[in-house]
Design a binder for this molecule. Sequence first.
Ligand code: UDP
Length: 487
Amino acid sequence: MASESHQLHILFFPYLARGHMIPMIDMAKMFARRGCKSTLIATPHDEPTFLKSIAKPKSKPKDLGFDINVVMVTLPLKKVGLPEDCDNLNKLTTEEMRKQFLRAITMLDRQLELLIEKLAPDCLISDMFYPWTTEIAAKCGIPRLVFHGSSAFSMVAEECVKLYEPHKKVSCDSEPFVIPNFPGEITLSRTQLPDFIREETELTKFFDVVKEAEKRSFGIVMNSFYELEPAYADHCRTFLGRRSWFVGPFFLCSKEIEDKAHRGNQASIDQHECLKWLDSKQPNSVIYICFGSIANFDDAQLHEIAVGLEASEQQFIWVVKKDPNVEEGKEKWLPNGYESRIRNKGLRGWAPQVLILDHEAIGGFVTHCGWNSILEAVTAGVPVVTWPVAAEQFYNEKLVTQVLKIGVDIGAKQWVRFSGDSVKSERVAEAVKRVLVSEEAEEMRRRARALAEMARGAVEEGGSSWSDLGALIQELKSHKLARSKKI
Ligand code: UDP
C-alpha cells in the first residue's frame, strides 16, 4: 500500500438514487484497489447498504491495500417539507417531492465543506447532479471530478441536440431527424427527447447549471470503456473539449459472488436459489426482464408484459416492483392462473442482476436502457431488447441498436418520465423471440460476446481503462504535490 503522505485520498459524493449510488460505490472500490484511500458520503438511511457493499470478502486476506470508509451527511428534509424517510430519489412519488428533494440536497453545501475540512481529501468526485460542489471544492483548494453515470454517446448526443436544435426544424413530433455533427447518422424523433429538451422548464435551467459547473471542473470520470464507443469518446474530448477518463466498467472490480449479490439493495430472492434454477436451464434459453430502480409501469402495461411473455413461449426471469399494498400473486394485472401455468421466475423486489446476467442460461435481457444495465449486459455478452422509458435512455437505445448492433427495439416512441410509452403484448412476444431464438440472435450474441471480452480486457492490467485510471491517478498525485508545495 502507498505510504500515508503519497497516498491519494478521494472523497466520493454519490447522488441519492440507486442507479447513481451503485456505480459510485463500485468506483470507490476501484480506486481503493489501485492504492487510493476512498471515502464515500452516505445518508443514515443508505449507510447499511454502503457498508454491506464495501465489506471485504471473508475469504480474502485483510491486507489487500483496500482502504475505504463511509461518512455521513443528513438531509434537511423537514426544512423542505418532506417526510423523514424520503432520503432517496427512489422513494419520491411526485414531481413536487422531487423539487423539494433537490432543494434539500443543495442545502448539504455546508456539511460537505465541513467534511472536506475535517477529512482533507485530495480530490472530490461528485455526481453531475451536484453542480454546486465545483465551487466548494475550489474554495477548499481541491479538484472536483464529475461522475456522469452514462455513456459518452448519450452525453454528446444531448449536447449536439441542444446546440443545433434539429428537433425544432421538423414539421411534427414523429418526423425523424439526424443528430447534427454527431458520428453515425443517428436518427431520433422529438417525442424521444427528454421533456426539458423539447421545451424550457425548470430542469432545462438546472441542466445548464450542471453543464457550466462541469466545464469548470477538473474533468469527467466515465463508467465506460474506450473500445465500446471510440468515436463518441473522441468526440467528447475533441468536439466538446471535456477532459474525460474512460475507466469502466467499474463493477468489474467486484469479483466475489457475495460482492455482486448485494449491489444497491438487499436482493429479494436468495441468489443461490436463483442460480440453481438457472443451472437447470440450457445455455441462452432464458430471458431476463428488469427495468431498473426507477421506471414503474402501470397495471395495464404489466398485464401486457405478462401476456406477451406467455405468448413468446420462452422461459424468463421477470423482476417486478413490489407493491406493499397488495399480496404477492393477487395483483390485478396478473392474468388468471398465470403463476401456476407459467413455471418461470417472477420476482418482486430487487434482483441480483449482475449474477443473473452472468449466468450462461441467460440469452437475452429486456431493459429500459439505463446505462448501468446496458453496461452489465455488454459485459455479460448478452443481447438486449431495448425499451427506453425516460432520462437519457432513448440515446442509449440508439447506441445499442444502431452502433453496437446487439439489440432489437421494442418500438417505444415516447419519452415519459417513470411510466414510458405503452407497448402491446404482441410486440413483447415478437421482440423476446427475436433476441432469444431467431437467426439474427446468434449474430447479436456473437457481437455482444466480443464486446464482453473487450470490457474485461479494458480493466485488466495494461487495458485501456486500467491505463486511463493510472493516468488520472498520476495527474491527481501531481496536483496534490503541487498543492503541498504551495502551502
Ligand atoms: N439493479 C439490481 N436489481 C434490480 C434492479 C436493478 O441489481 O432488481 C441494479 C442494476 O444491476 C443496475 C442498477 O440497479 O446496476 C440500475 O441502474 P440503471 O442505470 O440500469 O437504471 P436506473 O435504476 O438508474 O434507471
